[in-house]
Design a protein around this ligand. Structure first.
Ligand code: F6R
Length: 609
């Protein structure tokens, strides 16, 4: 949700900023802008739409300066337009601000500032920050003015601030929105996420909430917002710029789908103990004793991560005998969840920055819960603020539609099931079977990829349809939800996921020849029941695309099209059944000419509540 990049050093800031914005476009692409300070002049360039529009406008510019901030926007307050694009400036355009987050009291502040004679140029909440900093910049100390301005603000922010009158300083501050600082040779970078700066440096510090950093040409100083000096550990980034490229694929989404043979392996590397039939998860070592004593887990997540949690509910209840609840993060904090000493809370988030999930995590912590994280982005807020957790090690996920993170989350939750199951009722033999089946999954995923051309052919047949139903039962009900989400978010086709049997309690009314159903019908304990559900759809003229277990010839009598997945144990079947659904959604969106990696209205990291 909005991306920020800042630079101060001895190089031209513009190429660094524009390149950084392109890396952050997954966070929003409604408008983009840059502010640069050059020889005591502040110049702002912005444009509606993607970063490329801005780049075109900048082609003729020269002498752009060695200090700058930039922004790519996902609109919250105010339409996506030129005037609402960041950076925003104060009354005399002497300073500029970029902001990610939401200023909750902006209307009160705006009215107050208007009464003081200030004229607003945009409809955004962010513009108040520029005016407040301008108002408090009385003695030339930009850091102090930002610190003072932020005292007036309620809400969340990650900001970058520069001023024409302070050409040697770049200020960053955060509360609730991420900010990372890159440390180079005689230069510093500020960004919403390390992918924007990894080309230039691997040394970073992660700002915590209520931290402010003053980046000068010769060094930096970090303080709390109430001006207490603090120090930060310098981290080394574990990924490189190559992992941010499409690697020959047309879209990041396709690249990330195809990476899953490796990312699933990475999620289990060094963690599966085949002989002992269990798993080791070092990030949970601090709470091992607690893990033995709990009898209830609450998973809290959003979107695709919530679907992974739902699969986890089936796994942990069946194999570890632990009662599991799966909560939408956005709802969790508005209820009064009961958390006793035998309850463990797991927050699941690819980005580790989803605002709803962060807020739920804090609510659970306030209630005294031990909160653990399952995250992909190393150093993200959730990864840093939980009591422990497990990384996915999936590498950067850039396509807005989550794919490889989902299968990595399922892998990690399978390992958690193995670990907790073996502490409880799971036998050694059953543990060994699960561990062996898990190790076979990457090879099985590779086998599914061989049907990519068939899946594309099916996509061509069904791409003109505007409504789809996705059905699955048991472990594959959450996969039906995930398949429907993938299709709707990238192709804008209306798709609903349902438990297959629940379909006859309402959605069946929608079925006709124009509403195809994608049905996960694997050879498991619910196979016969799913076949009956398929018949119910067919009796109403509905077309069936079945995801079936390889060698199942019987299914061909019931479905119009079949995509096969290799046989595995039921708990791991979602790791395989979701792959054809990701590919089907991808190809349908491509055939419809959609913007696959950056679908309309969406952003990868939802950092507003
Ligand atoms: C769907 C998708 C979203 C995210 C959701 C949570 O493809 O990407 O539904 O899953 O916004 O994001 P994280 O996992 O980063 O908390």
């Amino acid at each position: 949700m909005c991306g920020i990049v800042g630079y101060i050093g001895d190089k031209d800031a513009y190429p660094i900023l524009i390149e950084g914005l392109i890396a952050l476009e997954y966070r929003g692409y409604d408008s983009a802008g840059i502010a640069l300070v050059n020889e005591s002049a502040l110049t702002v360039f912005k444009d509606k739409g993607k970063v490329d529009h801005l780049r075109t406008q900048m082609e003729t510019q020269t002498k752009l300066g060695t200090l700058g901030i930039s922004h790519t926007r996902w609109a919250t307050h105010g339409a996506p337009s030129y005037k609402n694009a960041h950076p925003h400036t104060n009354g005399n355009d002497s300073l500029a601000v970029v902001h990610n987050g939401i200023i909750e009291n902006f209307e009160i502040l705006r009215e107050k500032l208007k009464k003081e004679g200030i004229t607003f140029k945009s409809e955004t909440d962010s513009e108040v920050i520029a005016h407040l900093v301008g108002k408090y910049l009385t003695n030339g100390n930009l850091g102090a003015a930002v610190r003072r301005a932020l005292q007036d603000i309620e809400g969340t922010f990650g900001i970058g601030v520069i001023s024409r009158d302070n050409p040697d300083v770049l200020i960053g501050a955060r509360r609730g929105s991420p900010l990372v600082v890159g440390i180079g040779e005689k230069e510093f970078f500020l960004a919403s996420d390390a992918s924007a700066i990894v080309r230039h440096t691997k040394k970073v510090i992660y700002l915590n909430d209520n931290n402010l950093i003053e980046l000068a040409r010769g060094g930096y100083r970090t303080t709390t917002l109430d001006n207490r000096k603090i120090s930060h550990k310098i981290h080394n980034l574990e990924f490189d710029a190559d992992s941010l490229a499409k690697g020959g694929y047309d879209h990041f989404m396709l690249k990330e789908i195809m990476e899953q043979t490796n990312t699933i392996k990475n999620a289990m590397r060094g963690r599966v103990l085949c002989d002992e039939g269990t798993a080791r998860l070092d990030g949970l070592n601090l709470v091992l004793q607690e893990l033995r004593q709990i009898n209830r887990i609450i998973f809290v997540a959003c979107g695709t991560s919530w679907h992974a949690a739902l699969v986890g509910e089936y796994m942990l209840e069946e194999l570890a005998g632990i009662s599991v609840e799966v909560e939408y993060a956005s709802e969790f904090r508005y209820r009064n969840p009961i958390i006793d000493p035998h309850t463990l809370v797991f927050v699941i988030s690819q980005s580790g920055e989803t605002a709803d999930t962060l807020a739920a995590m804090r609510e659970a912590q306030r209630k005294g819960a031990t909160v653990l994280g399952i995250c992909n982005v190393v150093g993200s807020s959730i990864a840093r603020d939980t009591h422990g957790g497990v990384y996915l090690h999936a590498g950067p996920e850039i396509g807005v539609a989550s794919t490889k993170a989902f299968t990595s989350q399922l892998t990690v939750i399978s390992l958690l099931t193995l670990l907790l199951g073996r502490m409880r009722r799971l036998s050694h033999d059953d543990g060994v079977t699960i561990a062996g089946a898990l190790e076979a999954v990457p090879r099985q995923v590779a086998k599914i990829f061989k049907q990519n051309d068939e899946i594309k052919t099916i996509a061509h047949i069904y791409a003109p349809h505007n409504n789809f139903l996705y059905l699955g039962r048991s472990y594959n009900f959450p996969v039906a939800l995930e398949g429907a989400l993938k299709l709707k978010e990238i192709s804008y086709i209306h798709a609903e996921g349902y438990p297959a049997a629940e379909m006859k309690h309402g959605p069946i009314a929608l079925i006709d020849k124009d509403m195809p159903s994608v049905v996960i019908a694997l050879r498991d304990s619910v196979y016969d029941k799913v076949i009956s559900n398929i018949q119910e759809v067919r009796a109403r003229g509905g077309k069936i695309i079945a995801i079936a277990t390889e060698k199942d010839k019987e299914i061909q009598k019931h479905a119009h099209h079949v995509i096969y997945v290799p046989k595995t144990i039921p708990m791991l079947s979602p790791l395989l059944s979701v792959i054809p659904l990701q590919l089907l959604a991808y190809h349908i969106a491509a055939i419809r000419g959609c913007e696959i990696d950056q679908p309309r209205n969406l952003a990868k990291s939802v950092t507003v509540e």
